[in-house]
Design a binder for this molecule. Sequence first.
Ligand code: AMP
Ligand code: MG
Length: 474
Amino acid sequence: MKLNFDNPYAKLGDAFSAKMSPRPLPNPRMVSINRLGADLIGLDPDALSSDAALQFFSGAEMIDGADPLAMVYAGHQFGGYSPRLGDGRGLLLGQVRGAEDKLWDLHLKGAGPTPFCRGADGRAVLRSSIREYLASEALHHLGIPTTRALCLIGSDEPVMREKLETAAGLIRLSESHVRFGTFEYFSYTDQHDQLKQLADYVLEIHYPDLASDPSPYDRMLMEVAGRTAEMIAQWQAFGFAHGVMNTDNMSILGQTFDYGPYGFMESFDPGYICNHSDPGGRYAFNQQPNIGLWNCLALAHALKPLILPGTIEHMRGYYQTRFFERYHGLMNGKLGLGDVQDGDPELVDRLLTLMEDHRLDYTIFFRGLSDPASRAAQNTTAFKDWYAAYDTRLALEQTTPEQRLHSMQARNPKYILRNYLVQTAIEQAEQGDFAEVDRLLILLQNPFDDQPDMQAYAAEPPDWGRHLEVSCSS
Ligand code: AMP
Ligand code: MG
């Protein structure tokens, strides 16, 4: 197996990472492959099923050009600062040039203990590896910026969490593994030369258009904040809750990063907490936009040695503008409305309040909004009043009903990764059957299309699947 390695991160030097080999996953088995991921890195998807691929991706044998390393970083976790985190169980195997010369990090999550593992076992359980594998691809196909996934490797190594589980490996693809927390680490250890070196690296690789700006670091911060705001606007519009928005889980590219106890909104509840380890709801669904800003402010503080004093206040306003523009635009799109006009945000807010009062399934309601039968089902006075206001607003649009239906179906997914769906796939995988993982992977590649054989996957969860608890344990 050959990959076109080019490892600029490894060249930054010892301050940035610890070079080391993975601890191979025992008795590895390639249990799911994402052919679309292979395309990204210029690999023949069939090569993923080869023994050479299994040996490499399970950590047993490095191939030419790989230069594995654990990255160092810090981060604010649930509001408190952890001065030294780093990849405790993941390794950047190398960076690969793929289609259009784009650079992709190949990251093995579950690669064994590293110098940053803080006494933990360095492994990832099968359960959480499946959760990340499926969710990252699901978000991508909803159009939300995210890391991607290449393949999932099973193993028979026992690992202890709340109960005994087995270890697995996930090969994550990302344009970058630089986190807000990477900057925080160098800033708060007063390594300001390395802080600048890291910022220059990010500019050169990821924001080349800003590199020649007179204030490149200020521009970079603004762009990161803008992208983060828009990513979170998309989370809100699709009902996605990340669950652990610590600054070490925030990507410098504004992409959804490090999937743990995430959840998709089912019955609409703005205060939805998907993470059982977050009883206070710091990362509740309706807190995400504010927490995104809080995290950008943490990044801004880390960048203080490089930026102008006024930039932080500018960033605050810029984040809010980018968030609201994107959010209102997306919500208008869900309603089949074009440009946002006065009163549109209020119309959306009224609808969300009704959905909360009636405990409506977020995805099913929006998908059915263009369908007269589903309208007839909401026959309370409050809903009838809302529909009257909606019809008045729709009358201002120039589009035909057919155009509107088409556009609404392209914006309101039919299929999302419901918690019970991923749970079912996990339970079967734990018995050695990965067919359901593959089925969900394929289903979620076309979340907006009606897939006649897959109607059951668009339904509300069964009772047992409504209140599944997922925690930080992984
Ligand atoms: P996460 O909650 O997955 O974002 O992890 C937070 C930090 O803890 C990261 O630095 C991880 O690398 C580290 N970590 C989590 N689980 C383990 C584990 N089983 N072994 C070693 N490090 C871990
Ligand atoms: Mg993390």
